[in-house]
Design a protein around this ligand. Structure first.
Ligand code: SAM
Length: 266
């Protein structure tokens, strides 16, 4: 069960109160300080942002209905239902601010292999692809009609470094991982429930290395996601985490002698 808007609002205010300011003041980890200054708060406008946002605008006014197979949290059935592209673009896609952060992460750290769970219409995928056009991106989506729309969006943006896999993560993730010799960056944005999120985390860990970065979406969306986030933070492989409230970022770098968890304003 997702938290109510009121609960999310209260939790968000508490996070804003506790979180370190976005300038990195008082930050003792040089790596995280650099992340905050160079990536999180890079306010320069990248023209690539406009390309994805123009696509988002178009999708938000596209009222074509498609038959959608339902997956993940919030849905207990796997039967079909009809949804408007405009509604999917409005409700499922991560807002520009977070897509652009993903793009800056991909641009700054130059991951070669990027894995995404939850393509939807491909807006976050497009940001990742534009962040590092030299990366190989594998993006997983359960609903075939949505994946097909994402494919046409990638063509429209001229993105050629994205490979799509369609099917339930339960069936596709294992094969996807065996096809990758490593995962440098992953964005986990689908099926926001405790057990599946931990399952995806553990599966992806088999391909992570010292410099890998995992980004989890909506870590405060429900009790289950908050529990999943706590367990991910406690995992022995996790050396540093950054909680930005609407996303959580995990680093594994062994040079971080001390395990540290930060909440940073974004
Ligand atoms: C929140 S949306 C992804 C949004 C996208 N990352 C963005 O920001 O533009 C989550 C997507 O994951 C898919 N999904 C959820 N659970 C899934 C599962 N178990 N297997 C496959 N796809 C799943 C849904 O169909 C949905 O399209």
């Amino acid at each position: 069960m997702p938290h109510s808007a009121f609960t999310i609002g209260k939790k968000y205010l508490a996070y804003r109160y506790r979180a370190l300011n976005g300038k990195g003041h008082g930050m003792h980890s040089p790596f995280v300080y650099d992340f905050i200054r160079q990536v999180l708060n890079d306010r320069q406008h990248d023209p690539a942002y406009d390309r994805v946002e123009a696509l988002r605008k178009k999708l938000r006014s596209d009222h074509t209905e498609i038959e959608v197979l339902d997956f993940g949290a919030g849905s207990t059935k796997s039967g079909g239902n009809r949804r408007k592209i405009s509604a999917i673009a409005r409700n499922a896609a991560k807002p520009a601010k977070y897509g652009q952060l993903l793009m800056r992460i991909a641009k700054y750290y130059q991951p070669q292999i990027i894995l995404e769970l939850g393509t939807s219409l491909g807006l976050s995928t497009s940001y990742l692809a534009l962040g590092n056009p030299a990366a190989r991106i594998l993006t997983l989506e359960g609903a075939p009609s949505i994946a097909a729309k994402a494919a046409s969006n990638f063509r429209e943006l001229g993105l050629k470094n994205i490979q799509q896999v369609t099917g339930n993560f339960d069936d596709t993730l294992k094969d996807a991982l065996s096809d990758l010799n490593k995962v440098d960056l992953a964005f986990i944005d689908g099926n926001h429930q405790l057990a599946p999120t931990l399952q995806y985390f553990n599966a992806i860990l088999s391909r992570t290395h010292n410099d890998s970065i995992l980004v989890f979406d909506d870590i405060h969306w429900s009790d289950e996601m908050e529990q999943a986030w706590e367990q991910i933070k406690k995992h022995p492989a996790t050396r540093t985490s950054i909680d930005l409230f609407f996303v959580g970022i995990v680093f594994f770098r062994k040079e971080f002698h001390e395990v540290q968890h930060f909440e940073v304003k974004y």
